[in-house]
Design a protein around this ligand. Structure first.
Ligand SMILES: [Mg+2]
Length: 115
């Protein structure tokens, strides 16, 4: 099963957060090498909440990461020679995300997240 990789943070450095919505930064340190290493081990899709998958895909290709844009027809992703760029939450054995919290129970979540 695939690995889901968040674009902003783990791949795009994203040093100013959303800012004006453009993809303004270079890759995060080690990101290009990291993506290629992941691709040797499993299929990788890069997910984003951004509306333009085209801009994300172009940025990835510009930085040496072969990418295909999601056309909405993939139920899952299992190709290793290129990453899928998607805004859908496809099945994955793990998601790598700079904002994720690993859910185990509601009690623990409320305790640890201090809402
Ligand atoms: Mg992120």
């Amino acid at each position: 099963m695939a690995i889901g990789l968040d674009f902003d943070g783990p791949v795009h450095r994203y040093s100013r957060g959303w800012d004006d919505g453009t993809i303004y930064d270079p890759p995060a340190e080690g990101a290009v090498e990291g993506v290629h290493e992941l691709m040797k081990r499993d299929a990788v899709f890069i997910f984003t909440a951004r509306t333009s998958l085209l801009l994300v895909g172009a940025w990835l290709i510009q930085h040496g990461i072969p990418a295909l844009l999601d056309n909405g027809r993939h139920q899952f992703w299992n190709r290793r020679e290129l990453v899928l760029v998607t805004n859908r939450k496809l099945p994955a054995r793990v998601y790598i995300d700079d904002r994720a919290y690993r859910f185990t129970s509601w009690a623990q979540a409320f305790e640890e997240l201090a809402f």
